[in-house]
Structure formats: C-alpha cells, structure tokens
Ligand binder design. Structure first.
Ligand SMILES: Nc1nc2c(c(=O)[nH]1)N(C=O)[C@@H](CNc1ccc(C(=O)N[C@@H](CCC(=O)O)C(=O)O)cc1)CN2
Ligand SMILES: Nc1ncnc2c1ncn2[C@@H]1O[C@H](COP(=O)(O)OP(=O)(O)OP(=O)(O)O)[C@@H](O)[C@H]1O
Length: 220
C-alpha cells in the first residue's frame, strides 16, 4: 500500500528548523547589543582585518555596508578606497536577487529596502565579482558563523544564489570568502550551524577577536 504524505512537513528540509530558530535567537541577540559595545567590536575588527595579509594582499574587495546592529564596515571601506583598491557593494535587484557594483564614493550610497545602503548603478554590475575584475576577497555579512565555515543569513539566499553562479563555473576562480560578525556570534550554543546543499562555506572569519581560517568539521 502506498501512503500519500500531504501534511505541512512534506517539504521538510533537515536543518531548516534549526536555522530558523537560530536566526530568531541571533537576531534578538544582535538587537540587544548596546551601540557602544558594537562600536568597540567594530573598531577591534577593523584593526584586526586591516593588518591581516588577507586584507593587505587583496587588490580589491566586495563587501557590504553594515547597518542596524551589523559591524560598521565603513572605516574598512574608506581605507580600501584610500589605498586605491576597488570596492564592490551589493544592491538588491529582485526577490532573493542581488548584484554588485563598484563604488568609488561612500557619500553617494543610496538608501534601499530594509534600510540597506547600496551603491548607485553604473553599467551592468556583476553577479559575483572575482579575481578577473581585481576582486580577491569578499566580506560576507551574516547573523552568525561557525568556525567550520558555516554561515547563517537572513534566509533569502542572496549570497548563496549570487555566488553559486561563480562556484558552478570551473573557468572562474572563487575569491576568498570572509564572514564578518562579532565573535559573540561565532559557534552559537546548541550545536553546529546546519550546512545545506546550497550553502557556500566561508574560508575565513573576521571578528573583534581576530581573523581565523575556517576548518571543516571531520565527516561534515
Ligand atoms: N548590510 C548588509 N547588506 C546586505 C545584506 C546584509 O545582510 N547586510 N544581505 C545579505 O544577504 C543582502 C540583503 N539581504 C537582506 C535580507 C534580509 C534582511 C532583513 O530581513 N533584515 C532585517 C530583519 C528583518 C526586519 O526588517 O525586521 C534586519 O536587519 O533586522 C536584510 C538584508 C545584500 N546586502
Ligand atoms: N544557489 C541557489 N539557487 C537557488 N536557490 C537558492 C540557492 N541558494 C540558496 N537558495 C535558496 O535560498 C533560501 C535561503 O537559503 P538559506 O536558508 O541557506 O539562507 P541563508 O544563507 O541563511 O540566508 P541569506 O543567504 O539570505 O543571507 C532557501 O530557500 C534556498 O533554497
């Protein structure tokens, strides 16, 4: 006899439940962090990353402008532009979709959906800029990260979807992916952040405690 399973969990994806509850937990933690503490964290993270070979060796970066409880990345972006390196920033282009555009002046950012600060559009932009455009490093935002490279975002798949286009093309080299968040959001309690099939692993994490290389968990 064949039983048709038609309940609400017929689209159940293992790991999604844990991601969803962790998302709520970390968003609460992010919102409760006092502004003064976030400033201290942002300052320490900027110092750590700005001295690291990963940063110093990058000809250009793709990054994000920290808003609402995120690490303030502006000092890093200013430094990058000041050193003559290119800075590419994401801009939402549709549901679950974004592209990157080069930005030469942080005073010209535009206020987008969800309070995001986005670059003005000049030309076609890039879905996933990489070394052939001088972008050697991508700073990736996240609610939390694992030292194994796992990332928890907002659940819209913006980064995974955009970067998958490059990951799936053997003729294109992947830039180094570096997750950015306060150290308090790394390896949250309750077990590893689930990594699903589409989740791209970070190569490094940059926090107020330093820059560290991610190490895949045995058997993961
Ligand atoms: N600064 C920044 N830029 C970014 C991202 C990001 O995480 N941070 N993104 C990463 O993919 C993309 C935008 N995706 C986003 C998707 C959802 C939410 C969001 O829901 N933010 C709210 C939570 C919901 C609410 O408004 O209450 C928040 O910040 O509190 C933000 C950005 C591209 N640019
Ligand atoms: N390469 C991809 N192609 C199509 N859909 C994708 C791809 N990557 C992710 N998605 C979809 O995006 C949604 C969100 O994925 P996930 O739960 O991993 O979010 P997240 O990585 O935590 O958040 P975000 O990337 O928005 O910051 C899922 O429904 C997933 O199926």
């Amino acid at each position: 006899m064949v039983l048709a399973v038609t309940d609400a969990r017929s689209h159940y994806v293992p790991g999604q439940d844990r991601k969803q509850s962790l998302r709520a937990e970390l968003l609460g933690l992010r919102r409760s962090m006092p502004r003064a503490q976030l400033e201290i964290v942002s300052g320490a993270l900027t110092r750590e990353l700005a001295e690291h070979p990963l940063w110093l060796g990058a000809r250009g970066i793709a990054a994000f402008v920290g808003v609402r409880g995120e690490v303030d990345t502006r000092p890093l972006l200013e430094r990058c532009l000041g050193a003559g390196k290119s800075v590419w920033l994401p801009r939402l282009t549709g549901p679950g979709r974004m592209r990157f555009w080069p930005c030469v002046d942080l005073d010209r950012l535009e206020r987008g959906a969800m309070g995001l600060l986005e670059p003005p559009i000049h030309g076609p932009g890039e879905l996933a800029p990489g070394p052939e455009r001088g972008v050697d490093l991508i700073l990736v935002p996240g609610l939390g990260f694992g030292r194994d490279g796992a990332r928890l975002g907002f659940g819209a798949g913006h980064y995974d979807r955009a970067l998958a286009t490059r990951h799936g093309d053997p003729s294109l080299t992947m830039p180094t992916l570096c997750g950015v968040c306060p150290v308090a959001f790394v390896d949250p309690p309750g077990g590893p952040i689930p990594m699903l099939g589409h989740d791209l692993a970070m190569d490094y994490l940059a926090t107020d405690a330093g820059v560290e290389r991610c190490v895949a968990r045995p058997g993961a």
